[in-house]
Design a protein around this ligand. Structure first.
Ligand SMILES: NC(=O)c1ccc[n+]([C@@H]2O[C@H](COP(=O)([O-])OP(=O)(O)OC[C@H]3O[C@@H](n4cnc5c(N)ncnc54)[C@H](OP(=O)(O)O)[C@@H]3O)[C@@H](O)[C@H]2O)c1
Length: 331
């Protein structure tokens, strides 16, 4: 497994991280606790040393399952990344998400960040977090205050490094001038490349780690998600235009040369796609979500793959051939 630094202020982390959103079940049509713990353990056994979770992933469940999975292992061998800023237990002026059964609010006040950190430490069964990240910006708390709080937590030894998610290039630069910003985390995959012209150049130029979330486009890039795949009730992919039968068919067509290359190399399409993603300028790590041990091990293999120029160009051409999701609507 290859490793890279989590920014200049960071630590050495496996280039493939375990993304622990889906194991929380929320937005993924539920999850199986045993399979989830096995998935995290399998990732660690396969050389992954960083796990990305968040309080809101299953309203505490993902963090608790991560704690269970790392029980009995050396804490210093594992990097835990978690987040703050999304609360479901209080109301704030900024509603982040609302459905019939739940409402999630944004806040990054110092009081809230400190309270959330204590909750995460308890659920994770640890006394420090390796990488603490804001989950979404809070329009009511300015960057100076947020960065100062996170820097104070680092200085106090409660976190080892801090990062941001879902941010603009300007705010990244601002945060980096206030404190020791280590990483940015954004959606990025072969199908979602808006960051090529936004945060990626900033991260490359400022030596920040760039953690790609949804790097397999939530399953679309596995090369197996054809029009027949059904989603459970409560799965964010159900009824989502990005997952319409027409979008899935178009993606399968774009992936055809990648699948052919995968057969030649005795790898899977998603392993090649992840390896391609890791070669993009500015990208340092991919956060690959997995719900089973088999998926976790398969994703970890991507962190060992080298692509030669010709192989890279086949995947690059597939990426460039993708017209984007705009033309797809719900079936
Ligand atoms: N900061 C943020 O705002 C933010 C937002 C989103 C995600 N994230 C982070 O990024 C991580 C990854 O993103 P994500 O979970 O949205 O999407 P992802 O990693 O692109 O896709 C994960 C899903 O793809 C399928 N999959 C994964 N590996 C597979 C394999 N080898 N073979 C077949 N199917 C496979 C699984 O779903 P099925 O088996 O059900 O198909 C899995 O749940 C999250 O877990 C979280 O840590 C952060």
């Amino acid at each position: 497994m290859k490793t890279r630094s989590l920014g200049v202020h960071g630590m050495e982390a496996s280039v493939v991280a375990f993304g622990a959103w889906a194991i929380g079940g929320w937005k993924w049509g539920g999850s199986d606790a045993t399979a989830s713990v096995d998935a995290v353990k399998a990732a660690l056994d396969a050389g992954v040393n960083i796990i990305d979770t968040a309080p809101v992933y299953g309203f505490g469940l993902s963090e608790k399952l991560v704690a269970k999975a790392i029980e009995g292992r050396k804490r210093e061998d594992i990097l835990i990344a978690t987040k703050c800023g999304l609360r479901w237990d209080i109301e704030t002026p900024t509603l982040h998400f609302k459905s019939d059964s739940e409402a999630i609010y944004r806040t990054l006040t110092e009081e809230s960040i400190r309270w959330e950190l204590q909750q995460s430490l308890e659920r994770l069964g640890t006394d420090y977090i390796d990488l603490y990240q804001t989950h979404w910006p809070d329009p009511n708390t300015d960057m100076e205050a947020v960065a100062s709080t996170l820097q104070a937590l680092k200085n106090e030894g409660l976190i080892r490094a801090w990062g941001l998610c879902n941010e603009s290039p300007q705010r990244l630069i601002a945060a980096a001038t206030i404190g020791e910003l280590a990483t940015d985390q954004e959606r990025y995959s072969l199908l979602d490349r808006e960051q090529d012209q936004a945060n990626l150049p900033v991260c490359a130029d400022h030596d920040l780690g760039f953690l790609c979330y949804s790097p397999i486009a939530q399953g679309l890039l596995t090369g197996k998600m054809d029009a027949k795949r059904q989603f459970n009730e409560g799965d964010l992919r159900l009824g989502n235009p990005r997952f319409s039968a027409s979008a899935r068919e178009a993606i399968q067509a774009v992936l055809a040369p990648v699948k052919a290359l995968a057969r030649d190399r005795e790898l899977s399409a998603e392993q090649l796609v992840l390896a391609w993603t890791l070669k993009q300028r500015g990208v340092t790590h991919v956060l690959a979500g997995a719900r089973t041990a088999e998926q976790a091990v398969s994703n970890a293999v991507a962190g060992t793959v080298d692509l030669d120029d010709e192989e890279f160009s086949v995947i690059q051409q597939a990426a460039d051939a993708w017209p984007g999701f705009v033309k797809f609507t719900e079936d």
